[in-house]
Structure formats: C-alpha cells, structure tokens
Ligand binder design. Structure first.
Ligand code: ATP
Ligand code: MG
Length: 388
C-alpha cells in the first residue's frame, strides 16, 4: 500500500508574512534529515505539503520518527493512497487503519471532497466508510464529538485515507531565526539551552573550551556526543574546540583566586564572540541558570555579559535543575551529560569564589595579563568539525 506524509496548514507553525521563507526552510530541513533514507518528492499545494517516497525500499517508519524531531511542525499525518472509488476507499480504510481501529473504542469518519467530479457527496462517503468499519469491527462505536479515532477521507487529485494526527514537536524551522553560537560544556544545562534556542529557529554553532591534559580526550568526545544528540533536532552544527589550557594556567598563575571563574568566563565570552562573528552568528547562548552556582548570580552574570557586545541568551535562566533535567531526558542528553569526565571549569575551581563581584574589581584583575596574544593563538588553533 502506498503511503505518504501530509503536513497541513495549521499543522505548521506559520508566521504571517514570513510564511514562504518559513516553508522553504522547513522543506530544506526535512530534506536534509531524510537525505540518507532515499529519494522523496515534496509537493506543495495551497493548504498542504505532501511528502512521498519515490521508491518502495525507503524506510518510511524511520522517516516518520525523524519528522517528529523537526522544528516547525505542530502535527502531521500519514495517509494511504486509495483508488478513486468507494470500494477501494473502504478496503483501504480497513486494511490501513486496522491497528488503530482495534485500539480505539470510538471513531468517526470525516470526508472532504475537493474533487467535485467524484460521484458521492462528503456525507455519503462518511456514511459508507463508517458502516463498513462498524460491520467489520463489532467492538467499536461511533462518537462524533470526541472519538478515539478520527478517520479522514480526502478526495483530491487522488484519494487519501488517514487516521489520527501525529504530534509534532512545534517550534520554528531551524535557520528561520538566524544563527547563534552556544557555549557547550559537558554538563546538563548547555545542551538543553542549545535545544531550546534551536527550537525557536536558531541555527547553531557549538563552541567548547578544552584544557588538555587537565581534561581528557574522553571529556571532549562526550561533548561531541552531546552536540550530535542536539543535532538530531537542530540539524547540522559546526563544532569548534578551543584549546584553553594556556589561558587557564595563566589565570591560575596571575589572577586572584576568588575571581578565577569570572575571569575565565569573560575570556570564554570574548573568544566565543570572535568565533561567532567569523561564523556570522549574532548571539551567544549559555546554559546558565540564575543562582545555580557562584558565577551565576545576577552580579556575576552582569560581569560576564560585559565581556561581549553580542546578546547572550540563557534559556535555562529561570528553570530549576529538575526542570532542566526533565528536558535533558526528553532529548536524550541526560545520560551522556552525567558521565563523570572533568570539565575545564571544575579543574580550576576556586575554593571561595566571589558571588558579589564588582565590574571594576574583575576588570582590574583581568588587566594584570595581556590576553590578546593568548586569545589569538587559541582561536588560530581551534579545530572545526561539522556534526551531522
Ligand atoms: P552546564 O551544565 O551547561 O555545564 P553548569 O551549571 O555546569 O552548566 P558552569 O559550569 O558554570 O555551569 O557553566 C556555565 C555555562 O558556561 C555553561 O552552561 C556553558 O554554556 C558555559 N561553559 C562552561 N564550561 C564550558 C566549556 N568548557 N566550554 C564551553 N562552554 C562552557
Ligand atoms: Mg558545567
């Protein structure tokens, strides 16, 4: 039986005037996600987008699973194509929806006839198909108001039969909101922050600061794995690994201990800004959450922000750890995040970090060293890799 995927108006998170641009991005993203599954045809009409596999050997189930992770889709349907006659439509409904019918206690049939040459009216089609289901499945009853299963029959250029809609993930198509760079540690929060911004249509570049030999290759691979998990939703992500060891050692040797973390965070922001600008990113993203640690008090965040001219987005800022964890589980990053590899932040954690720093103090302490050459070197030695 030939099956297709239908995305209908209302199932897309459309944005007024940007609709065409939005649809273009969405189709491009779906094509990218399906690129290793075989050839698909995309047909746009006034009110729907139909996706059809060009050959039999395409893994349709996998395509459906992947679509559930594409931002910009509120819901979608899979539909079987029937011959344009009522006997074929009835048989298709029974065969194609068998499992859904068996699982449902109540159902209704809704027919939509846009091809007026078809000999029966919509109510007639609904009645015939409904009667056929009732005859074949004694357990099921009709409920026109709130059925477990809604069978839709559509007569257009072809006849389609579909069951209940499948829930999409919502959000906006990645790329429709521009590009931003996410500072990715190996922790729980930053992958969640990355995911949340991608959900609003932001295309991501991921920047990770590594401090070998204090941090291991395993720690870096863990971050890479996290980027890969996020890319299942966010599409291709450029992953930049910045060698940060020399800078961290310099901080440790030359700066007051209670300001280590803040100076480090400011230097991360500065380097990230330069990488972001090279990559045409217009904002930075971090996984910070207010009050979670000493470097995430209001004052500390202000001091961090001052190190970059770019807006810094922190989608986890108002979330409790449990809320962040629940998203991390949902996007399957949690188990990876809690693997016990050291992060560059934990290696040089001060014993008594400042929670109420003034910008003056931090600037003064940071000015003890000329960072320019070290930062340039770190940027020059940054490794880039496209993930996904
Ligand atoms: P996470 O769970 O994301 O690691 P966290 O609560 O552990 O966050 P910190 O370690 O203070 O917080 O880091 C705050 C934010 O700074 C992180 O969310 C991340 O955006 C960024 N960050 C920290 N360490 C690194 C790193 N090694 N490379 C890139 N970004 C980092
Ligand atoms: Mg961390």
């Amino acid at each position: 039986m030939k099956e297709i995927i239908l995305l209908k108006e209302g199932e897309l998170a459309l944005k007024g005037l940007n609709r065409v641009n939005f649809e273009d991005k969405l189709i491009k993203n779906i094509k990218f996600r399906f690129r290793d599954l075989g050839k698909f045809t995309f047909t746009r009409s006034q009110s729907a987008l139909a996706i059809e596999a060009e050959s039999e050997d395409v893994d349709f189930e996998e395509a459906v699973e992947r679509l559930k992770k594409v931002f910009g889709i509120v819901a979608f349907s899979r539909a079987a194509i029937a011959e344009k006659d009522i006997e074929s439509i009835k048989a298709t409904a029974k065969e194609y929806l068998h499992e859904q019918i068996v699982a449902a206690k109540t159902f209704k049939v809704e027919a939509k006839r846009s091809d007026k040459k078809f000999s029966m009216t919509s109510p007639e089609i609904s009645r015939e198909v409904g009667a056929h289901i009732l005859r074949n499945y004694p357990h099921i009853k009709v409920d026109v108001h709130n059925p477990d299963l809604k069978i839709t029959v559509e007569i257009r250029e072809r006849a389609y039969v579909r069951g209940n809609q499948i829930k999409g993930i919502g959000g906006m198509p990645v790329g429709s909101a521009g590009k931003a760079a996410v500072l990715m540690s190996g922790g729980i929060d930053s992958p969640v922050a990355a995911y949340m911004m991608a959900k609003r249509g932001v295309q991501l570049t991921a920047i990770h600061f590594a401090a070998p030999p204090y941090t291991s290759m395993k720690a870096e691979m863990k971050v890479r794995d996290l980027v890969k998990k996020v890319s299942e939703y966010a599409g291709r992500i450029y992953f930049a690994v910045v060698p940060f060891t020399e800078i961290q050692e310099k901080i440790k040797d030359e700066c007051p201990e209670d300001l280590f973390t803040l100076i480090m965070r400011r230097l991360m922001m500065e380097i990230a800004t330069r990488i972001a600008e090279k990559d045409e990113c217009h904002a930075l993203i971090t996984g910070e959450s207010l009050g979670q640690v000493a470097s995430q008090t209001l004052l500390a965040l202000g001091v961090t922000d001052e190190a970059t001219p770019l807006p810094v987005f922190r989608p986890c800022i108002g979330m409790d750890k449990q809320e962040i964890i629940s998203i991390a589980r949902q996007i399957d990053t949690f188990e990876t995040s809690i693997l016990p590899y050291e992060d560059c932040c934990t290696v040089f954690t001060p014993r008594h970090p400042r929670t109420r720093p003034t910008l003056e103090q931090v600037r003064e302490a940071q000015a003890l060293v000329d960072w320019e050459e070290l930062m340039e070197k770190a940027i020059a030695e940054t490794r880039y890799e496209p993930i996904n």
